[in-house]
Design a protein around this ligand. Structure first.
Ligand SMILES: Nc1ncnc2c1ncn2[C@@H]1O[C@H](COP(=O)(O)OP(=O)(O)OP(=O)(O)O)[C@@H](O)[C@H]1O
Length: 618
C-alpha cells in the first residue's frame, strides 16, 4: 500500500489542501476532477517524479526519504504512462519496449514483446515506427512499454483520451485484470465517464479538497522489488546508436567540429615542427657549431695581437663535460705586396662548397674576394705561391716561422662570406690538418694562440658557452649567434603554443555550444530516463560513452586526414614530417582528457538543472 500523508500542493496559489491518501495493492484507484484541479500534479507526487518533498511518503508502512530509494522504486517497481510523452520517438515499437525492459533489467524475446502488445489488444508490426502510429495505438504501446518493466505500481495519466468508447472500456478492463490477477497497484487520472465502473477506489478533487468517493479495495501488502540489475553495455550501445540516428545532423556537426579541431591541432604540430626543423637546418647552414677560445679579450679576433694560450685555459677547456673536438689555433698569415693576409683554419663541417663563387681546383685553399684581388695583383691568381708565416711563442712573444709553399687555390668565396676569426676581409682558409702539418714540421716548440672547439650540434655549443663563461674563459662567439637563434626558436615555440591554445579554446567554445544545444534538444528523453529510474551516474556514463564514441571517430578520421596530407605532400616534393609517435600519443591523451572533462562539466551542469516534471509539462 502506498500512503501520502499531509500532502498539499501550492504553486502561485493553493491547488490542493493538506490531506492523507492511500493506494492499496491489487486495486485500481481513480483520481477524478475537472481540468486544472491538480490531478497530474498529484500523480507526479505519487509516482515520485516531482521534486516536491513537502509531505511524507510510505510504502508498506516504511517511509521513503532518500533519492536513491526513490530512484530504485522508479526503476524497478513503478511503470508510467503519462500524457503524450512516454514514448521515445526515434525507436520503433519493439525498440521502445526493449528500452523500458532493459532499464528495469529485463531481456525478452520477440514472442514476449508480442505478448505484451496483445495484453493491450494490439497486433501491430514490432518494427513499426512510433511516428506512424495512431493516437490510440500510441497510448496502448505506452502501456505495453510500462508493462515491460513488470512494475508493481502503474501510474497512468489520461491514457484513454485518444480512444473510442470500445477501446476505452477495453483498456479499463485490462487495467482491472492487471490489478486483480497480476496484483498490481494501479493509479490513474482520467476524465472518462466509464472509468468509475472499473475501479476499486475513487478520489475526487473538488474545491481544493480530495474526497474519497468509492473504496471497495481490500488492504493488501505491496510486493516491492529491491534487487537492482546494473545496466548492461548493450543497453548503452543500443541507446547511443539510436540517438546518433535521431540527431544525425547535430551529431555530424559535432563530429565535423571535433575532426576539424583535431586536424588543425595535428596539422599545427606538423607545420610548426617542419618550420622549426627547417629553421634549424637553415641556421646550421648560416652558422657553425664552432668557437675560438683565446687568452684574453684583446685577442678575440685573430687579426689583432694574440697572446699564447696558458696552461690554465687549456686545462679549463679539457675539463668540459660536453661532446666536442678541440684543435690548436696556430696564428698564420702572409705578406702579399703591401697587404697582410690572414691564414685561417677550415674544417670539413664548414661546408665551403655552398659558399664558393669560382672554383679552380679539387683541393687546396679557399680565398676571400679581397685576398683573391691582392693575390691576383701579385700574379698569384690560381695558386698560393711564396712565403707564409706560422707563429710560435717564446716568452709570450710571437715568433714567425717563414715557410715557402706552392698550394693550389681551390676556390674564391662569395663576397658576403665573412670569416668569424677576424674583423677584416683579407683572408685565406687553409685546411686545419695542413696548417698543423706545416707547423709540426717547422716550429721548434708547440705553442698555440688559441683553440678551436667544434661541437656536433647547436645544443652542445650553447652549453659549452655557458660553462666557459662560468670558468671566465674568453671565446669568440661570431661563428654562431646563439642568442639570436635561441630568441628565434623561443618565438617559434611561443607562436606554436599560442596557436595550439587558440585551437583548444575554439574547440572548448564550439564543443560547448554544440553539446549544450544537443543536451537541450534531448530534454524529453533525459526526463523519461530519470523518471524510469536512471540516476545521474547512469546518465553521466551514457553521455560520456557517447562522447568517447564521437572522440574515437574524430581521432581516427583526423589522423587519417593528416597522414594523407603528409603522404601527398611528400609525393609532390614538400617534405612534411610525420607527427612523432610520442607527440601523437601526447596529443591523443590531452584531447581525450579534455573531451572527458568537458563532457562531464556540461552534462553535470545540465543534469543538475534538469527537472523531469517541468520537462513533461512543456
Ligand atoms: N510547476 C508549476 N508551476 C505553476 N503552476 C503549475 C505548475 N504545474 C502545474 N501548475 C498549475 O496547476 C494547475 C493544475 O495542473 P494539473 O496539470 O495538475 O491539472 P490537471 O487536473 O491534471 O488538469 P488536466 O485535467 O487538464 O490535465 C494548473 O492550473 C497548472 O497550470
Amino acid at each position: 500500500m502506498i500512503e501520502l500523508k499531509n500532502i498539499s500542493i501550492t504553486y502561485q496559489k493553493p491547488l490542493i489542501k493538506s490531506c492523507d491518501l492511500s493506494f492499496p495493492d491489487k486495486s485500481v484507484t481513480l483520481i477524478q476532477g475537472p481540468s486544472g484541479t491538480g490531478k497530474t500534479s498529484l500523480l507526479y507526487r505519487i509516482g515520485l517524479i516531482s521534486k516536491d518533498e513537502n509531505f511524507a511518503y510510505y510504502i508498506n508502512g516504511k517511509q521513503i526519504t532518500t533519492s536513491s530509494e526513490k530512484e530504485t522504486l522508479r526503476k524497478l517497481n513503478f511503470g508510467y504512462v503519462l500524457q503524450d510523452s512516454t514514448l521515445f520517438e526515434h525507436y520503433d515499437v519493439m525498440g521502445n519496449m526493449k528500452l523500458y525492459a532493459s532499464i528495469a533489467g529485463y531481456d525478452y524475446q520477440e514472442e514476449d514483446y508480442k505478448a505484451f502488445l496483445s495484453k493491450v489488444h494490439l497486433s501491430i508490426d514490432l518494427h513499426q515506427s512510433i511516428q506512424t502510429l495512431s493516437g490510440g495505438e500510441r497510448q496502448r504501446v505506452a502501456i505495453a512499454c510500462a508493462l515491460c518493466k513488470q512494475p508493481d505500481v502503474l501510474i497512468l495519466d489520461e491514457i484513454t483520451s485518444a480512444l473510442d468508447k470500445e477501446n476505452e472500456i477495453h483498456i479499463f478492463e485490462i487495467l482491472k485484470e492487471l490489478a486483480h490477477h497480476e496484483h498490481k497497484c494501479i493509479i490513474l487520472a482520467s476524465h472518462s465517464q466509464y472509468a468509475a465502473t472499473y475501479v476499486d477506489k475513487i478520489y475526487e478533487i473538488k474545491n481544493q479538497e480530495i474526497i474519497c468517493k468509492k473504496d471497495v479495495a481490500r488492504v493488501e501488502t505491496l510486493v516491492i522489488k529491491t534487487k537492482e540489475k546494473k545496466l548492461t553495455f548493450a543497453f548503452y550501445k543500443d541507446y547511443i546508436y539510436y540517438f546518433f540516428q535521431k540527431y544525425k545532423l547535430l551529431n555530424v556537426s559535432i563530429l565535423i567540429v571535433m575532426c576539424l579541431t583535431f586536424f588543425m591541432f595535428l596539422q599545427t604540430f606538423v607545420m610548426f615542427n617542419y618550420y622549426e626543423n627547417n629553421s634549424k637546418h637553415n641556421f646550421e647552414q648560416l652558422y657553425e657549431n664552432q668557437l675560438l677560445v683565446v687568452e684574453n679579450r684583446a685577442s678575440l679576433y685573430t687579426d689583432r695581437v694574440m697572446k699564447q694560450l696558458s696552461d690554465k685555459t687549456i686545462s679549463d677547456v679539457s675539463s668540459l663535460d660536453e661532446d666536442y673536438e678541440a684543435f690548436p689555433y696556430i696564428k698564420a698569415g702572409m705578406i702579399c705586396g703591401n697587404e697582410w693576409i690572414d691564414i685561417l683554419p677550415y674544417f670539413p663541417q664548414n661546408h665551403f662548397d655552398d659558399k664558393v663563387k669560382i672554383t679552380y681546383h679539387d683541393k687546396g685553399v679557399y680565398v676571400s674576394q679581397e685576398a683573391y684581388d691582392t693575390l691576383k695583383e701579385a700574379g698569384n691568381e690560381k695558386t698560393l705561391t711564396g712565403e707564409i708565416m706560422l707563429y710560435e711563442y717564446k716568452d709570450n712573444e710571437p715568433i714567425p716561422h717563414p715557410i715557402t709553399v706552392d698550394i693550389p687555390i681551390k676556390g674564391v668565396l662569395k663576397e658576403n662570406v665573412k670569416a668569424p676569426y677576424i674583423q677584416g676581409r683579407n683572408y685565406i682558409y687553409m685546411e686545419q690538418s695542413m696548417i698543423e702539418k706545416l707547423y709540426q714540421e717547422h716550429a721548434a716548440s708547440k705553442t698555440y694562440a688559441g683553440m678551436t672547439l667544434l661541437t656536433k650540434d647547436y645544443k652542445d655549443l650553447v652549453s659549452i658557452k655557458k660553462d666557459l663563461k662560468i670558468k671566465e674563459v674568453y671565446y669568440n662567439t661570431d661563428f654562431c649567434d646563439t642568442e639570436t637563434i635561441s630568441e628565434i626558436m623561443r618565438n617559434i615555440t611561443i607562436v606554436k603554443l599560442f596557436s595550439i591554445a587558440s585551437i583548444l579554446f575554439i574547440f572548448v567554445v564550439m564543443f560547448g555550444a554544440f553539446q549544450t544545444n544537443y543536451l537541450y534538444k534531448r530534454n524529453n528523453e533525459m526526463a523519461l530516463l530519470i523518471i524510469n529510474g536512471m540516476n545521474h551516474k547512469g546518465l553521466d556514463k551514457l553521455l560520456s560513452l557517447e562522447s568517447l564514441f564521437k572522440y574515437l571517430i574524430a581521432c581516427i578520421t583526423s589522423s587519417i586526414g593528416v597522414l594523407l596530407i603528409v603522404c601527398i605532400s611528400n609525393l609532390i616534393g614538400i617534405s612534411l614530417p610525420f607527427p612523432g609517435f610520442v607527440l601523437y600519443i601526447g596529443f591523443l591523451c590531452i584531447t581525450f582528457i579534455m573531451s572527458v572533462i568537458l563532457t562531464k562539466f556540461y552534462s553535470s551542469a545540465y543534469l543538475k538543472h534538469l527537472s523531469p516534471e517541468s520537462v513533461l509539462r512543456n
